[in-house]
Design a protein around this ligand. Structure first.
Ligand code: SF4
Length: 717
């Protein structure tokens, strides 16, 4: 054990202990009250220099997950039902389970090649230190190019733009929220999400502080979201047309001589040509945002003491996600606030995953998907092609899948079809501590420990944080002898697979997989120069490394440390945007968007009673006028139909919705026959991804266009 890891609490412990919440990107520091070995209280830690005592309702769910009798603690193997009866699950010893999985995966690789095995990585992996240190080694051991993750139903447009403009996919510029005076939020709802690609615990307090110093927050969104309700202004924007608004704002900056790019950018003249056709008047026609509002936003951004534009799920998970994120980057660059206090800035984490190239910078198109010929980005193919890669016969068909902390049946487009496809695999393995709509298709489930049993250092989210801090949190509870951490599962499988394929791991790779994540972090911290492991031990609440600082152009990873304003791969998508904007729409056409609630955590935690009680939040939201023209009553059951499927759900009249837009929350629709989570199957709601369409992608990045899905809504019979 190195210096970082502190002993877990002893059995029967009573007292307080610091913890950390890893459920969302806000990474709140916690104070846990423990009585006789059970967590009886979860509060925010006021001494944490980043989260400052914040905790949201989800934070307390960490204790529920730890104590949840439904959580798997030992491996299970599916046992087929007898005489048509339901399948059951049988516990296995860890060595037997790891041997069984390695045997089956190695046999598939040996017989059909590595690409016959697919791997899907869910969002919780980004919140796990064990995945950060050991996940890549495990994925490499599968020898497959069929790698998928939640990133392609989420944020790859940000990564692609960061790679093209700043030289590394994780060089994400974040709003310097604590010092900005003009904050334009496009398609994001940090009041519910607590920030994303912007680690910002206690967003509500930070917005109050923004207003107290005379600043303004403006929101563009097809729904008057929780964030819009606390903003100074909100404007509806038709889904999928945000790009026209953002390009029109650029048009205004250029046209009115307001552009003040840093000296290290190239391509301003070309950018001016590209945005010339995108006038505010045209943007109004497409988007519904009045031209004078578009002009005013551009002028206010340029004229602010400190201004920044931030766009998230609504502008990434749509057909023009990359163009939107590129336009946002250009607005931040041209407005004069880039890399300046209060503008878009780059955090300096104590473990600099970008500068040290712990993760590669990002590449595009080195290989393509077998069926649909979609290019990889950053080593991944779009999650939207998974089902067809399993079900389409021929050389290279996916015959085995490994899912790691993911539930793509609920979180990727056309989840029903994916569920059917999973049953066609020869082998499916899930590394997950819940049986859910995806893992119930597995042959073997390998459950890792839960958050309170693991050490945690946020390798990812310190890099997106609105303030530079560092914090290491030791596991609160010891794992039982018959439990395994995720990194132990990764190491155990990688080693066994390599052995079975006759290519044992090299000594250094084996040593890295055998090392505890805390020991690897200790090396990274001590060689990083911003803090030390010893300092983090002395300050378990976290170390404050200060506000964000200007670091450009020195930290750019591009050739000559310059920023290209007009990356060819993005510019080439503009004709497609023009064509889409020119499409004619029927007056009563409806499009579907997702939404998020503060008490939901993607597709999981719906089996915690305290987070699922209260007013129902699974309803379809629809503008009263849209209900009226269809003769549908508020509260009625309706059928929502898209190209790929239909769902039946209750509808709620909501003038918070833009006319022509309806909304369902994402990651509902729990259907768990044959699993132990009988409780969860009582949570109402339907899966929005039974309506989303795997054919609708952002053409540049391959991100699923989950928002703006054409649908019809009719009263249920
Ligand atoms: S804001 Fe996020 S990190 Fe903080 S307690 Fe809530 S879920 Fe956990």
């Amino acid at each position: 054990m190195g210096v970082l890891q502190q002993p877990p609490v002893p059995a029967g412990f009573t007292g307080t202990r610091l913890g950390v919440c890893n459920l969302c990107e806000a990474i709140c520091g916690l104070r846990l009250t423990i009585e006789d070995g059970a967590v009886t209280g979860v509060r925010g830690n006021p001494d944490d220099p980043l989260s400052r005592g914040h905790v949201c309702p989800k934070g307390v769910a960490l204790a529920d997950v730890y104590a949840d009798p439904d959580r798997l603690r030992r491996p299970v193997r599916r046992v087929p039902g007898v005489d048509g009866g339901p399948d059951t699950w049988e516990e296995l010893a860890w060595d037997d389970a790891l041997d069984l999985v390695a045997d089956r995966l190695a046999a598939t690789i040996g017989e059909h090649g590595g690409n016959a095995v697919g791997v899907y990585l869910g969002n919780p992996n980004a919140h796990s230190l064990g995945f950060g240190t050991h996940g890549a080694g495990f994925v490499r051991s599968l020898r497959t190019q069929n790698r998928f993750s939640a990133s392609t139903v989420d944020q790859v447009p940000h990564q692609l733009v960061a790679w093209q403009m700043y030289g590394h996919q994780l060089m994400i510029a974040v709003p310097d929220l604590d010092r900005t005076t003009f904050f334009l939020v496009v398609g994001a709802n940090p009041m519910a999400s607590n920030g994303s690609l912007m680690t910002v615990p206690d967003f509500p307090a930070r917005v109050r502080e923004l207003k107290a110093r005379g600043g303004r927050m403006v929101v563009l969104d097809p729904r008057r979201t929780e964030t819009a309700k606390v903003a100074d202004e909100h404007h509806f924007v038709r889904p999928g047309t945000d790009a026209a608004v953002l390009l029109a704002m650029l048009h205004v900056l250029v046209d009115e001589g307001l552009a003040r790019p840093p000296a290290y950018v190239d391509g301003l003249d070309h950018l001016a040509e590209l945005v010339a056709p995108f006038t505010p008047e045209r943007a109004e026609t497409f988007s519904g945002v009045p031209a004078d509002v578009v002009r005013g936003l551009a002028r206010d951004l340029a004229g602010a003491d400190a201004g920044v534009v931030y766009g998230r799920m609504g502008v990434s998970t749509q057909g023009f996600g990359t163009v939107c994120q590129w336009a946002i980057a250009c607005l931040n660059l041209l407005s004069g606030h880039f890399d300046r206090p209060g503008g878009a800035m780059f955090p300096e984490p104590a473990v600099d995953t970008v500068g040290r190239r712990i993760l590669g910078p990002g590449r595009h198109g080195r290989w393509r998907s077998r069926v649909r010929d979609e290019p990889e980005f950053a080593g991944e193919l779009p999650a939207a092609v998974m089902a067809e890669e399993i079900t389409t016969p021929g050389e290279g068909r996916l015959r085995a899948m490994v899912t790691v902390a993911g539930n793509p049946v609920l979180s990727t487009p056309d989840g029903r079809r994916l569920a059917e496809a999973l049953d066609q695999l020869d082998t499916m393995v899930a590394i997950d501590f819940y049986l859910n709509e995806t893992t119930r298709h597995a042959d073997v489930v390998l459950p890792p420990t839960s958050a309170l049993e693991r050490d945690q250092y946020d390798l990812v989210f310190h890099g997106f944080a609105v303030r530079n801090t560092a914090r290491f949190t030791s596991a609160v509870f010891a794992r039982d002898d018959d439990q395994r951490h995720d990194w132990e599962i990764f190491g155990g499988l990688a080693t066994r697979i390599a052995d079975r394929l006759g290519t044992p791991l090299a000594d250094d790779a084996a040593a890295q997989l055998a090392a505890a994540p805390a020991d690897l972090v200790e090396l990274l911290l001590d060689s990083g120069g911003r803090t030390t492991a010893a300092e983090l031990v002395e300050h378990p609440e976290g170390v404050d490394l200060g506000p964000l600082r200007p670091t450009m152009p020195e930290r750019l990873q591009t050739d000559g440390r310059r920023i290209d304003l007009v990356p060819e791969i993005v510019v080439a998508d503009l004709p497609r945007l023009e064509a889409a904007l020119a499409e004619q729409h029927e007056p009563d056409e409806l499009v579907l968007i997702g939404r998020r609630h503060q008490r939901d955590c993607n597709s999981w935690l719906h089996n915690t009673t305290r987070l699922t009680k209260g007013r129902p939040r699974h309803h379809l939201l629809m503008h009263p006028d849209d209900l009226s023209v269809r003769g549908i009553a508020d509260g009625a059951r309706v059928v929502v139909t898209s190209r790929v499927g239909a769902v039946e759900v209750e509808v709620t009249a909501a003038d918070d919705m833009m006319r022509g837009v309806v909304s369902l929350p994402h990651s509902y629709g729990h259907q768990l026959p044959g699993t132990r989570l009988a409780h969860a199957s009582t949570v109402p709601g339907v899966s929005i991804n039974d309506l989303t369409d795997p054919d609708r992608l952002d053409a540049v990045s391959g991100n699923a266009a989950l928002n703006g899905v054409p649908v019809t809504v009719a009263a249920a019979r």
